[in-house]
Design a protein around this ligand. Structure first.
Ligand SMILES: Cc1cc2nc3c(=O)[nH]c(=O)nc-3n(C[C@H](O)[C@H](O)[C@H](O)COP(=O)(O)OP(=O)(O)OC[C@H]3O[C@@H](n4cnc5c(N)ncnc54)[C@H](O)[C@@H]3O)c2cc1C
Length: 539
C-alpha cells in the first residue's frame, strides 16, 4: 500500500485521567460545602468518567439508539425498549456509585446533597443522556414522602445500589428507577392543561386514561404522573408491573427522534385504564410533583456546569496539542483569551451550582437556606443551562473542522447542550418561577439579598452592580417583562460574590472586569490586564 503522508498535528485522545481530582474548582467546592467524606467514591467515578472505556461506552450508547418493540411475535403488546449493552453498563456504573440515591442513603451526614451533586457532575461528563433516568430516580424520593405507605414500599428498593433492567415486579429487583410523565401534547409548561383523567377508587388507587407527549426512560419501574381527578390535578404513581406480577397498561406509542440525548429513550405513551396509586392530596398534584422537579432543576444546573467543564477540558487539550502558524494553539494569545474566558465561565457555573447544592443540603434545618434554594434554583437553572450552549459552540470551534465531525466528541456535546434549558421548565418558565417565588415568599429574595449584601464593600464595581440590581427589582409593575433580565443579573451578581469569596484573586478579577457590564458579547473578549495563565492553570 502506498503511503502518501504522515499523520501528525492531530490532538491525541484525552483519556485515563481522574475527572474528580483533576478538577480543582470542583474539589474545592466539595470540600467547602462538606461533601469531601465521599472523596473515595468521587475519585472512583472520576476515573471512569476520564477513562477510555467510559468514552467508548458513551460513543456506543449514542450510536446504537434505543429501539421500541411494541409487540411480541404473537401480537401481544409488550411495550419494551431495547438498549445497546453499553447503555446497561452505563446504568450499572451510575447505580453502583449511587448517582440515583446518594443524598438519601447518607441523608444524616452534612454534605450529602453536595457529594451527590458532585457524583452527578462527574456522571454527566461520562454520559449525559443516561444521567436522565438516574436524575429522575434520585429526585422522585422527596415527592414519594407525600405518601408514607408508598415511601415505605419504594424507599428500600430505591436505596439499593444495583441496576436491574428486567421488567419484573420492583420487589424482585436488585435496583429500581423512577421516571416522570407530566407533559402532554396541548401543554407542557402549563401542566394545568393536562387532559389525562383519573377515576379514583375509595382506596386511593385510580385508573388513568389519556396520554403523555414526553416520557423519558420509559423502561423505568414506576412514574410520577399527573391526571385530573374529581378534585383537580393530582399526582399518581404508575408502576410498570402490577402487584400480582402482570404488566400494567402502559402503551409506548413511539420513541422521539431527538436532536441529541440519543442514548436515552424518550417516548410518547398512552394510559388506557392504567392502574395508579395516588401520591399526595387530591387536587394538589403540582405541589406534590414540584418537589421532584426542584431536585431535577438542581441537577440541570449542575449538569450544565459539568457540560461546560468537559467542553473546556477538551478545548484546552486540543489547543495544547494542535499547532498552527508555527505554535501550539494554546500559545496563541487570542486562543488563550477564548480558552480562559470559557474556563472562567465554568468556574462561575461550578461556584453557583454547588452553592445551590449546599442550600439543598441545609434546607432541612435552616429556613434561610431553604428560602435561598427556592429562589436560586430558578436563577441557576435559567442561567447556567443557557450559558452552556454558547460555551459549547466556542469549544467546538476551538477544534476547527474536527469539532464539527461526529468522530470527535464535540458534536455530541453540542447536541446535548440546549436540552437542559428546555426540560424541567424552559428558560422563560424559570424566570417566571423566580418572580413567583419572590412574590409568594419574600424570604426567598431576602435570603439572596442577604448573601449579596455580604459582598458589599469588597470591590467598587461589584458595589455599583449590586446597587443597579436593587433598582432592577424596584418596579414590580414591569417585572414580568424583565424577568429574564432580573434572573440574569441576580445570577451574575451571585457568581461574582461567590468567586470573590472563594476563587483565587485572578479569577475573581477576571469575572468582575468582564461580566459586570464592561465585557464583550462573546467568549475571548477578556480585557488585556487579565492573568490568563492563572485561569488556564486550573483547567
Ligand atoms: C428530550 C426531552 C425529554 C423530555 N422528557 C420528559 C419527561 O420525561 N417527562 C415529562 O413530563 N416531560 C419531558 N419533556 C418535556 C419538557 O419538560 C417540555 O418540553 C418542557 O417543559 C416545555 O413544555 P412544552 O414542550 O409543552 O412547551 P410550551 O409549554 O409550549 O412552551 C414553549 C415555549 O413557550 C415558553 N412559555 C410557556 N409559557 C410561557 C409564559 N407564560 N410566558 C412566556 N413564555 C412562556 C416556554 O418557556 C417555551 O420556551 C422532555 C422534553 C425533551 C426535549
Amino acid at each position: 500500500m502506498s503511503v502518501t503522508h504522515d499523520v501528525h498535528n492531530q490532538a491525541p485522545l484525552i483519556c485515563d485521567f481522574d475527572a474528580y481530582s483533576s478538577d480543582t474548582a470542583l474539589v474545592e467546592a466539595v470540600a467547602r460545602y462538606k461533601g469531601d467524606w465521599a472523596d473515595d467514591r468521587l475519585r472512583s467515578l472520576g476515573k471512569i468518567a476520564g477513562s477510555h472505556k467510559g468514552a467508548e461506552l458513551c460513543r456506543l450508547a449514542n450510536v446504537h439508539h434505543p429501539t421500541l418493540r411494541t409487540h411480541d411475535r404473537f401480537g401481544h403488546r409488550i411495550d419494551e425498549v431495547e438498549f445497546h449493552p453499553a447503555y446497561h453498563e452505563l446504568m450499572t456504573i451510575g447505580q453502583t456509585h449511587g448517582v440515583h440515591n446518594h443524598t438519601w442513603a447518607h441523608g444524616d451526614k452534612e454534605g450529602a446533597a453536595v457529594a451527590r451533586a458532585a457524583l452527578h457532575y462527574l456522571y454527566y461528563q461520562l454520559e449525559s443522556s443516561v444521567a436522565c433516568p438516574l436524575t429522575m430516580t434520585h429526585a422522585a424520593i422527596p415527592s414519594l414522602r407525600h405518601n408514607p405507605e408508598l415511601l415505605d414500599a419504594w424507599l428500600p428498593r430505591l436505596l439499593k445500589d444495583g441496576y436491574d433492567p428486567r421488567l419484573v415486579h420492583a420487589e424482585q429487583k436488585a435496583g429500581v428507577t423512577i421516571g416522570m410523565a407530566m407533559t402532554e401534547k396541548q401543554g407542557g409548561s402549563d401542566v394545568r392543561a393536562n387532559s389525562t383523567v383519573a377515576k379514583e377508587s375509595p382506596d386511593g388507587t385510580a385508573r388513568l386514561t389519556g396520554h403523555k407527549w414526553f416520557c423519558s426512560a420509559p423502561m423505568s419501574d414506576a412514574f410520577l404522573t399527573l391526571a385530573q381527578s374529581d378534585q383537580g390535578l393530582t399526582c399518581y404513581l404508575v408502576p410498570r408491573v402490577l402487584p400480582d406480577g402482570s404488566r400494567n397498561i402502559f402503551r409506548i406509542q413511539r420513541l422521539k427522534d431527538k436532536l441529541g440525548n440519543r442514548a436515552n429513550a424518550s417516548s410518547e405513551i398512552e394510559y388506557d385504564g392504567t392502574w395508579a396509586q395516588r401520591l399526595g392530596k387530591p387536587g394538589r398534584g403540582v405541589p406534590t410533583i414540584i418537589e421532584m422537579v426542584s431536585h431535577t432543576r438542581l441537577d440541570v444546573a449542575v449538569g450544565a456546569a459539568a457540560g461546560m467543564r468537559k467542553a473546556v477540558r477538551l478545548a484546552v487539550h486540543h489547543a495544547r496539542h494542535r499547532q498552527a502558524f508555527g505554535k501550539h494553539l494554546i500559545a496563541q494569545p487570542l486562543m488563550r483569551n477564548v480558552l480562559a474566558d470559557m474556563a472562567l465561565e465554568t468556574e462561575a457555573a461550578v461556584a453557583l451550582s454547588f452553592r445551590l447544592a449546599r442550600a439543598f443540603d441545609q434546607a432541612k434545618t435552616n429556613p434561610q437556606e431553604a428560602a435561598y434554594g427556592r429562589a436560586v434554583m430558578s436563577i441557576a437553572k435559567y442561567w447556567i443551562a443557557k450559558r452552556v450552549v454558547g460555551l459549547t459552540f466556542e469549544a467546538l470551534e476551538c477544534h476547527g473542522g474536527n469539532g464539527y465531525d461526529e468522530a470527535w466528541p464535540m458534536a455530541y456535546l453540542y447536541r446535548e447542550a440546549p436540552l437542559g434549558s428546555i426540560w424541567e421548565g424552559s428558560g422563560n418558565i424559570q424566570a417566571l418561577d423566580l418572580l413567583r417565588a419572590i412574590h409568594k415568599e419574600p424570604q426567598a429574595l431576602e435570603a439572596v439579598q442577604a448573601e449579596l449584601t455580604g459582598c458589599l464593600g469588597a470591590d467598587k464595581r461589584l458595589d455599583r452592580y449590586l446597587g443597579g440590581l436593587k433598582d432592577e427589582l424596584a418596579n414590580p409593575s414591569t417585572l414580568q417583562i424583565r424577568a429574564r433580565r432580573v434572573a440574569e443579573k441576580l445570577a451574575v451578581g451571585l457568581q461574582a460574590g461567590l468567586l470573590m469569596q472563594h476563587a483565587p484573586a485572578p479569577i475573581a478579577e477576571a469575572f468582575l472586569a468582564s461580566r459586570l457590564g464592561n465585557g464583550g458579547y462573546l467568549y475571548g473578549t477578556l480585557p488585556d490586564h487579565i492573568d490568563l495563565d492563572a485561569i488556564l492553570d486550573r483547567v
